[in-house]
Design a protein around this ligand. Structure first.
Ligand SMILES: NC(=O)c1ccc[n+]([C@@H]2O[C@H](COP(=O)([O-])OP(=O)(O)OC[C@H]3O[C@@H](n4cnc5c(N)ncnc54)[C@H](O)[C@@H]3O)[C@@H](O)[C@H]2O)c1
Length: 363
């Protein structure tokens, strides 16, 4: 164990809390792990499989001077109260996406971090995932030129749970934050500019018992003129009842699941495609014929690297603990995460009011 290793806590020990627990078991920056969940049975289940301490109350975590960092992996509707309480108790905070169920609550979280001079990082692990960091690197090296246009097609199976907090508007905060915030965050990160306007439109739901939308066609227009389009549909891909963070790519390939980006720049294009496990790049040129495009790079990866390429929550968790232990700031500034959150709520507003929404309406 590293001599600067710290004690951490996990607030909310459902599916995501368990993943974080697994990730932190092999982290040399972690001295000990305490879990707290409002469901004591859930804590008992995890205690049987993991070497963890349990806290009887949230206050026990907040009042422990030894605990320096809390991971908030509870349902979305309690992110704000847990994050602000932890920041005010002097803890560093990693909070899962979406930040909160309203823009006001998300803003209050960022203000609490600024008021307390605290550490707050939101769980946008795709910024740690090799499929997408490769695109960022290509853009950074100028291989695509200025990014002008991105298209994302995402088709997934349903969560399929009638009773889940995810399908109720109040506890979820909307499908955009809960499911699509990762993909909005990526294009902001790649394009590196702010969005001026969004138009999102939804067809009637196929999944009748969802309060949240199960589909969107959404277009973001950036200040620099770039346009990002996201098409999402939940339900048609074959029903998947496994763990969405384990072996999901192998089990879902070819059964209707799609998660594909095309990224077009002035000098070239890139494609990321999760289920065939490919990332490609083209270079544009010109000759007597006119515009030409040459396919210059193609990479693939082995199934055991799905995590590193796709949802790299492992490296994110380790990086955050190290940053807190070493006194470094968050890798993703909370104001940056708040801007992604604003884009998600702007898309929801556009879908509800059936009109384009300018981002400055949500200041
Ligand atoms: N980054 C990702 O790719 C990713 C993937 C899955 C889930 N998530 C996020 O992780 C969070 C949890 O999702 P999940 O799938 O683990 O949900 P889950 O329903 O499996 O677990 C949520 C847990 O939170 C607990 N909880 C609720 N209120 C609490 C409170 N006030 N204090 C302590 N515990 C409380 C519940 O008892 C439950 O055990 C959500 O915000 C979700 O959006 C992120």
């Amino acid at each position: 164990m590293n001599e600067k290793a710290i004690e951490v806590a996990i607030l909310g020990s459902g599916q995501m809390g368990e993943h974080v627990l697994e990730h932190l078991r092999d982290c040399s920056w972690v001295r000990s792990i305490t879990i707290f969940d409002r469901n004591p049975e859930r804590m008992e289940t995890l205690k049987q499989s993991f070497d963890v301490k349990t806290a009887a109350t949230l206050e026990d975590v907040l009042q422990s001077p030894a605990i320096k960092l809390v991971f908030i992996t509870a349902s979305n509707n309690v992110h704000k109260e847990l994050a602000i309480a932890a920041l005010e108790a002097g803890k560093a905070v990693m909070c899962e996406k979406p930040m909160a169920t309203s823009l006001q609550d998300a803003t209050a979280m960022v203000e609490a971090a600024e008021r307390t001079n605290g550490f707050l990082q939101i769980g946008f692990e795709l910024r740690y995932s090799q499929l997408y960091t490769t695109v960022k690197d290509w853009i950074h090296r100028g291989l695509l030129g200025r990014v002008l246009n991105t298209q994302c097609t995402y088709i997934s199976s349903a969560w399929g749970q009638h009773a889940s907090w995810r399908v109720a508007s109040e506890t979820s905060g909307g499908m955009f934050g809960e499911k699509l915030s990762h993909y909005v965050d990526l294009v902001r990160w790649w394009i590196g500019d702010s969005v001026e306007e969004v138009y999102a439109t939804c067809a009637p739901n196929v999944i009748s018992y969802y309060e949240v939308h199960d589909n969107y066609h959404c277009t973001y227009r950036f200040k620099n003129g770039a346009v990002s389009q996201l098409t999402f549909m939940m339900g048609p891909a074959a029903t998947f009842k496994g763990d969405p963070l384990q072996n999901a790519v192998s089990q879902q390939a070819g059964d209707g699941h799609i998660l594909r980006y095309m990224i077009y720049g002035e000098k070239g294009a890139a494609e990321t495609d999760v289920f065939p496990r490919t990332i490609k790049r083209w270079e544009f040129g010109g000759d007597d014929y006119g515009q030409t495009s040459a396919w210059v790079q193609k990479e693939t990866w082995e199934p055991q690297l799905d995590f590193a390429y796709f949802h790299n929550t492992h490296d994110q968790a380790h990086d955050i603990v190290r940053r807190v232990a070493e006194g470094e700031p968050p890798r993703i500034d909370p104001r940056d995460a708040l801007e992604t959150t604003r884009l998600c709520f702007a898309a929801e507003l556009s879908a509800t009011e059936k009109r384009p929404v300018r981002l400055d309406e949500l200041r």
